[in-house]
Structure formats: structure tokens, C-alpha cells
Design a protein around this ligand. Sequence first.
Ligand SMILES: [Zn+2]
Length: 474
Amino acid sequence: MKTWMTIWLGVFWMTIGLPLGLAQDAQPGSSGVGDIYYPDLGNGGYDVQHYTLNLMIDVETNFLAGTAKLEAVATQDLSAFNLDFLNLKIATVLVDGQTAPYVHEGRELTIQPLEPLATDQAFEVIVKYYGFPQPTSPESIPFEMGWNHFGTGIYAANEPSGAATWYPVNDHPTDKATYTFNLSVPEGYVAVANGVLEQTIPNGERVTYVWEARDPMASYLSTVHVDRFLLDETRTEDGLTLRNYYPERYLQQGIVAFRRQAEMIAFFETVFGEYPFEVYGAVVVNSSFGFALETQTISMFGREVLFGMGGDAEWIIAHELAHQWFGNYVSPAQWRDIWLNEGFATYAEWLWYEYNYGSEELENLVAEEYENASNPFWVPGRIAEPSRSDLFNAGVYNRGALTLHALRLEVGDAVFFDILPTWLQRYADSVATTADFIALSNELSNRDLTGFFDGWLYEDALPPIEQLGLGSTN
Ligand SMILES: [Zn+2]
């Protein structure tokens, strides 16, 4: 891509000459934002403020015609910049209203504004595109992520890098933005996305659903769902709107499975602080895909959450809800830091369990999980440096949660339950690293916990069970 681009740009500049202006020394933005594990993800040189995604979706054929408008600010003098975008055909690219040349190869869409952009300059990019979006197989996870058409409906599950399968994007958590979704679907279908449903506009045989996501959001948490959903809308005692979308034939099962959501929010607010967004809810996809995802303000679940999971559904519902604080409000600065999402959401499940059954039962659970984590075939160590080809391995969940329980015992409840809300306040609407968490724990405990965290996060062997307040079982 680089070589081809360089030749192409050379010809371009020779033809029109260097424009005069403040950005004479402008350079192309980088094709990656600096993720240590996945250097292609995201792009450098600009900061997206807002996405407006106008998507015309044909559910039966999976044809998508889109117009994406990105409002961004240059963070360097830019002669060109990249967006992440996969497979779909591009009709036009405009920068500040002017047609701009581009090269689209693999994941990278390289756009050449007619005049270089100066540092701090606000600019607007419009990309018109169309095609039949397909999911992608990221290096990090054994699932097909992104836009999925499952016959009777569509869902988008992006983590970590699937957003680029359906819109051009700076696809990394370090560039959060707000979103407007204008989703045109055939009459009879319901289109769901993040945020608040502002309008439903009938237009002949189609309907446009207008969703506004006003809270800053990482691209991997954006989502779209189209199906014949029924809505169950309620309010918590504090007035937070909960809107749950279920496949029409499963409304009753959905209401039963998700009945404790408001109580979970109230409990987590006592531990983590106020729910961080303007709305919450769940969408149940009429397909079984073996995972759930904490898509911001509207967690998504496969229909298996309604059936055959025994009591497990409640764990998963609590887990995805807890991610709204840990993962969504404060996101990982590097994908390597994924235990900051998964370890914390898993420990939130355990706190919900403790709330329901008491601290003795929590202790039994911790003992069981320690045993699971002791099996090196099941749980690899070094959870703050997980394998880049198996990012979501069981260790980042289970050993991550054990790490937090050990920290709680190490510093005491008063300090531990100060660390959690302080972490959220300090890095609100932003990103943070493992080093940031260790630094905060040191600060609030007034101790040097480096050795403690080394043992739990950076060594293969599990620290001794005594660190969990349990005796050896041998
Ligand atoms: Zn999770």
C-alpha cells in the first residue's frame, strides 16, 4: 500500500504542484494509531468528534447503501489520512465538500484532501458506499466479527475491529466519538442502535429510525440490529430508561430473563458510582452465536440467553451491564489491556453473587475459580500480556477477577471500594492502561503494590492461594 500510494501521490503533486498555505510541511497521517498488538487498527493525525451514519438496509438481500459523515479535527498538518474500511465499494469521497482522491486497499482507505489540513483544523469527510457487508475474522478472536446477516435479520458485533465492515472509521478505542444513526429499513422491521431513539419517520414502504448516541463511544461498541423486534420499555426508580428489544415471538421469555436488570443497576451504582450513560437496555438477537457483547447503552445477547442456560443467564446479564462502567465508560488504551474490561466485568458478576448469597458463598466461588485458574491448559498466565491470537482467553476473565479479589484483601474493603469509583471518575469517557490502574492502587493504598501486581498479572505461575484469604487445599 505504501509504495503504491507514494508513486500515486508523486504523480498527483507533480500535476497540481504544492498548494500554498499553513500546512506546507504536511505529512500523511499514520495508518495505525499505535496499538502494540494490532498496529493496523485506527489511524493517526486526526480525532473524530462525530459520526453520522445514513444506512439504507435491505434485510432480505443484505444490501447496504451508506453515507458516512465524519466530523474530525486534525492533530497534525495532514497531507493525507486513513480510515479503516473493509470490502464495501466506494462511490464518492468528499473532504469539506470537495471530491477527494482516495486509494482503498485492504483495511486502509487513504484520502487525499485537495489542500492539506492544518493542525487543529476542523474538517468533514463524507464517504458514500454500497455493497453486501460481510463479517471479518480478526487475528484476536475465533469469531467472525462486524456486520452479520443471519437470514431473517442483521446484527453488528464489532469487538475488537469489526466496525470497519460497515462504515469507514478510526477503529480504535483511543478515538471515542458521538454518533447519529439514520437507519432506513423496510416497513415491518425495527432498526436498533446505540443511544436514544429520537424519531421514527415513515417513508412509503420504508421506515427510518433515528438514533442519537450522545455519550462518547469507542467504535467497537457501536452496533446496529434489524429484525422484527418487540420493545419492552421501563424505567428504573431513578428514572433511567431501560429499553429491551426481543424477537417478537420471545417477548415473554425476554421479560423473565431480564427482570432483575434495574436491581442490578441500583446495586452496581452503590459500588461503582452513577450509571454513566443516558439510557440502557438489551437486544436479543434471534440467532445463537455463543457470546454476548456490551455494546454501549444496549448490550447484545444471542437468543441462548433466554433458554437452556439455567441460572447462568443472570451472570451474563450482570457482566454486560458492568461493562458499561468498565470497558465502555473507561476503555482500554491498548487491546493488550483487555483484562481491565473482562477481569472487572467478571469480578462485578462475583459482587452481584455476593450481594445475593453472602460473603461465605463468594469465598467458595473464589476457591473454585482459583482451582480453575490453576489448570495451565485452561487458563494461561500473564494476563496483562495475553496472546495476541487469543486475546479473550479464559485467564483475562477468571484470573483477572481473582486479581481484583486478592487486591481487595490486600488493601482492605475501604480502599478497594475507593479505587473502583475513583478509577471510573479519573478516566471517564476516556481510556487507561494497566500501569494507570497499578499507579492508582498505589496512590490510594499509600503502598507500593508493584510486586503484588507482578505476581498476578505478569507471571505464569498463580500466586499462592493464601493471597485470596484461603488455606492450601493440599
Ligand atoms: Zn466481557
